[in-house]
Ligand binder design. Structure first.
Ligand SMILES: Cc1cc2nc3c(=O)[nH]c(=O)nc-3n(C[C@H](O)[C@H](O)[C@H](O)COP(=O)(O)OP(=O)(O)OC[C@H]3O[C@@H](n4cnc5c(N)ncnc54)[C@H](O)[C@@H]3O)c2cc1C
Length: 420
């Protein structure tokens, strides 16, 4: 690694500099390049292969793929289809959400490793001459003069770089360096839980849907990933050390009590390295932009894992941002009003979704986690049990969300092999 201080040894210009190659950044990079904008996406890791990213592709994201004419190719990638979300509270099991009635082309959630989704977007984006993806490029600072942002500084495999751009987009997730360096004010909504994340093998004959189990002091969710279950154990915030101090055997026992059918598999958790702690944050920026800078996705609003909607919101932000910004970016005339328009478009869906998440996490999950008693069915679920058609409401909220976005950006000519 070269020297990380001093003058940059590479200076570049780009039409739009996107920091972060997650769902928000890659979708925005793809859409802008497709619309004829010269765009550079900077991703600090060497590849997209990382664990602990949401792996859910929701019906509204699949609808975007349909609008882009990429759905059939996308669904050729290995994935599992989930048509229903099932919950177990104490001994009672019921369907909480049924996606099969949604007004979308795909009436299911596709479970797919996020790196496959991001690799797919990157391979499609590379068909456009204006798309540049730089891996192992970590942004550490902004180039700014007074209020105006002019670009970013960082380091990569070839040393320090400085990239100048009329617009920097912070899509660098919930620990965003961009939003911190821009000094944007963050409103913390709090979260009563953290999550232990682990895998257990999946056997023939196991259920196929997403399973959620609520028991005294514990909430356990299992995502069907083909030959294994991706499991999330929600615990009261800050209690991880106390749980670890009781030892791995006690932890395995707890998991076995929560999922009796997985009792024979808990030995697969061989050490604490197999059980990762993820801290949960729910926050949002009061203002998503400054002159020359915009934040989207988790950088603008970190989402709770409840409902697994974070990727979906990140993608929807990217679609809205591309719809509003592609033409002014092509003309080199992005104004504060354009950036404000992106926030105005996406702020209501963000606030509405976070409101529901905070309600569920504080009123339902927080109480279950704080309790030593077996929980009884909360009244909203009693209602769903009495009127099964109500399963369509959570399905709509989770699967499509509030104010779904549609692709309005045109496609410019793709690069041919002769152009390369
Ligand atoms: C425990 C947990 C479980 C979750 N499960 C789900 C789920 O099942 N489904 C779901 O939809 N959502 C889930 N979420 C939320 C989801 O992960 C996020 O909302 C979503 O990934 C946000 O996408 P993004 O592109 O905005 O940010 P991210 O996915 O965080 O991507 C940001 C990217 O920026 C890169 N980056 C960061 N800093 C820099 C830098 N300085 N320079 C260059 N690159 C940088 C990162 O490497 C990363 O690739 C979960 C969240 C948690 C905490």
């Amino acid at each position: 690694m070269s020297e990380r201080t001093g003058a940059p040894n590479q200076e570049m210009n780009t039409g739009c500099c996107v920091v972060g190659g997650g769902p928000a950044g890659m979708m925005l990079g793809f859409l802008l390049a497709r619309a004829g904008v010269d765009v550079t996406v900077l991703e600090k890791h060497r590849d997209f292969l990382r664990d602990f990213r949401g792996d859910t592709i929701h019906p509204s994201t699949l609808e975007v793929m349909y609008e882009l004419g990429m759905l059939d190719d996308f669904l050729r990638l290995p994935h599992q289809r989930v048509e229903k979300l099932t919950g177990q509270v104490g001994d009672e099991r019921l369907t909480v959400a049924d996606f099969t009635h949604l007004p979308t082309h795909c009436r299911f959630i596709a479970l797919m490793p996020q790196w496959d989704f991001l690799d797919f977007l990157s391979s499609r984006a590379e068909r456009y001459a204006g798309f540049h993806l730089r891996m192992q490029a970590e942004v550490t600072d902004l180039v700014q003069d007074g209020e105006q942002i002019f670009g970013v500084r960082g380091h990569g495999p070839d040393g320090m770089f400085e990239i100048r751009s009329p617009l920097v987009v912070g899509a660098d997730g919930r620990h965003s360096v961009v939003r911190a360096r821009a000094g944007l004010a963050v409103e913390d909504l709090g979260a009563p839980m953290d999550v232990f994340w682990m895998r257990l093998s999946r056997h023939p004959g196991d259920a196929s849907e997403i399973l959620g189990r609520f028991d005294a002091g514990r909430v356990f969710v299992m995502l069907n990933r083909g030959d294994y279950w991706q499991c999330a154990l929600a615990i009261p915030k800050g209690s991880a050390e106390a749980i670890r101090s009781q030892g791995l055997d006690a932890f395995r026992d707890m998991v076995a009590r929560l999922v009796p059918f997985g009792r024979d598999r808990v030995e697969e958790l061989r050490s604490w390295d197999d059980v990762k702690l993820l801290t949960v944050t729910v926050d949002r920026l009061s203002q998503w932009y400054r002159p020359g800078l915009l934040c989207i996705g988790d950088a603008a609003h970190a989402m709770s894992p409840i409902g697994g909607v974070g990727i979906n919101l990140a993608v929807q932000d990217a679609v809205a941002a591309a719809n509003i910004l592609a033409a002014p970016l092509r003309q080199g005339a992005v104004t504060r009003d354009h950036l404000r328009a992106v926030q105005q478009r996406r702020e209501f869906p963000t606030r509405a979704t976070q409101r529901v998440q905070v309600l569920v996490q504080n009123r339902i999950l927080g109480r279950v986690l704080a309790s030593t008693q077996r929980p009884s069915l909360p009244w909203p679920l009693k209602l769903v049990r009495a009127c099964p058609w109500l399963q369509r409401i959570p399905a709509r909220l989770v699967g499509v969300g509030v104010r779904p976005e549609h692709v309005r950006t045109p496609e410019v000519r793709r690069q041919t092999t002769d152009d390369r």
